[in-house]
Design a protein around this ligand. Structure first.
Ligand code: UDP
Length: 326
C-alpha cells in the first residue's frame, strides 16, 4: 500500500507524512519546496512541481502508487485577491496535471484539501455541506474549481475522491518536532505565539465591531493531528470502495479572537500584548462547521480541544523560534 503525499513538505502535509509513516503506511512525498521545508519531511521526497507533467509521469512509473493525498496549494486569501492568475495556475492547473498523470498511471483514488472558503458568507451556523457555495476570494474559487474537476473526472475516468473542507487548522505534532512555519505568517495562533516569544511586539486584533458577543471574529479551530486522522479515515473509506464524498472538517466549536488570545496567555503564562485594529478585508464574522456528516460517515471526531491546540503549537514555537531555519 503506497500513498503519494503531494505537498508533503508543507505544514499540514508534513504532519500527514509523519503520522502515516508511523502507522506503517509506505509514503512517498512530492513537493516543489516553494513554501514547504525539506527539514519537515521524514522519508522519501521527490523535489519537483506537480504542474510538470513529464516529472509526474516519471514519478508514477518509478513508484507503484495506490492512492494520492493532495495538499499542494497556495492558500493565502489576501494574496489570492492580488494574484488570482497565480492561484488558478498553481491550485487549479496543478490539480489538473496531477489528475491527468493519475489517470495515465491508473491511480484513481484521491483525498484532497478543500476549504470552508468555498462557502462564502452565510448567516446561519453551523455550516453544513448542503449550504450554497459562493466563494468571496480567488483562493476559495480555486478550491471549488478543484472539487468540480474531481466530479467530472469521476464521471469520465472513474476517479473516487474525498474532498475535505478545512476550517481553521492549527497546533503541531505533540512532541514539538514539526509545526507551522509560514513566510510571511498570517494566521492568528502562530502570530500570537510569535508575540509571546517576543518576535513581535503585539497581536493586532482585526476588528472589534463584528456582530459577535465580544465583537471579534469567531472561527472553528481544529488540531492538525485530528485533521490528519480524518485524511487517513477518508483514505480507508475510499480503499473500501465507497463513493466520492465532500466533508466539512471542523470541530463545531467556535472561539473568538479575544478568547484565543486569553487561552494563549493561560497556556504560555505570558502577558501577550494586543492592539485593536481595523477589520481585515474579506473576513466573515463567524465560521463554524457542522461536523455531523463526517462523524456519521467516517466516524471521525476531534480528540484535541483549543487548549491542546495552543499547547502543542507553543511547544513547536518555543523549540523552533526561527521555524525550520537553522
Ligand atoms: N486575526 C487577527 N489578527 C491577526 C491574524 C488573524 O485578529 O494577526 C483574526 C482574523 O481576522 C480572523 C481570525 O483571526 O478573524 C483567524 O484568522 P486566520 O488568518 O488565522 O485564519 P482565517 O480564518 O483567515 O482562515
Amino acid at each position: 500500500m503506497k500513498v503519494l503525499i503531494a505537498g508533503g513538505a508543507g505544514y499540514i502535509g508534513s504532519h500527514c507524512v509523519k503520522i502515516m509513516s508511523e502507522q506503517g503506511y509506505d509514503v512517498v512525498t512530492v513537493d516543489n519546496l516553494s513554501t514547504g521545508h525539506q527539514g519537515a519531511v521524514k522519508g522519501k521526497l521527490y523535489v519537483g512541481d506537480i504542474r510538470d507533467e513529464a516529472f509526474l509521469d516519471d514519478l508514477f512509473k518509478k513508484e507503484k502508487i495506490d492512492a494520492v493525498i493532495h495538499f499542494c496549494a497556495k492558500s493565502l486569501v489576501g494574496e489570492s485577491m492580488e494574484k488570482p492568475l497565480e492561484y488558478f495556475d498553481n491550485n487549479v492547473y496543478g490539480t489538473l496535471v496531477l489528475l491527468k498523470a493519475m489517470a495515465k498511471a491508473n491511480v484513481k483514488k484521491i483525498v484532497f484539501s478543500s476549504s470552508a472558503a468555498v462557502y462564502g458568507e452565510h448567516k446561519e451556523m453551523p455550516i453544513t455541506e448542503e449550504y450554497s457555495t459562493n466563494p468571496t476570494s480567488t483562493y476559495g474559487e480555486s478550491k471549488l474549481m478543484m472539487e468540480k474537476m474531481m466530479k467530472w473526472a469521476e464521471i469520465a475516468h472513474g476517479f473516487n475522491y474525498v474532498s475535505l473542507r478545512y476550517f481553521n487548522v492549527a497546533g503541531a505534532y505533540p512532541d514539538g518536532s514539526i509545526g507551522e512555519d509560514h513566510r510571511p505568517e498570517t494566521h492568528l495562533i502562530p502570530i500570537i505565539l510569535q508575540a509571546a516569544l517576543g518576535k513581535r511586539d503585539y497581536v493586532k486584533v482585526y476588528g472589534t465591531d463584528y456582530p459577535t458577543p465580544d465583537g471579534t471574529c469567531i472561527r472553528d479551530y481544529i488540531h492538525v493531528v485530528d485533521l490528519i486522522d480524518a485524511h487517513i479515515k477518508a483514505l480507508r473509506y475510499l480503499l473500501k470502495g465507497n463513493k466520492s464524498e465532500i466533508f466539512n472538517l471542523g470541530s463545531q466549536d467556535g472561539y473568538s479572537v479575544l478568547e484565543i488570545i486569553k487561552v494563549a496567555r493561560e497556556v504560555t503564562k505570558i502577558d501577550i500584548k494586543q492592539v485593536n485594529s481595523e477589520r481585515r478585508p474579506g473576513d466573515p464574522a463567524k465560521l463554524v462547521a457542522s461536523s455531523e456528516k463526517i462523524g456519521r460517515i467516517l466516524c471521525w471526531k476531534p480528540k484535541f480541544g483549543i487548549k491542546e491546540i495552543i499547547r502543542d503549537a507553543w511547544l513547536f514555537h518555543k523549540t523552533h523560534p526561527n521555524g525550520y531555519e537553522k
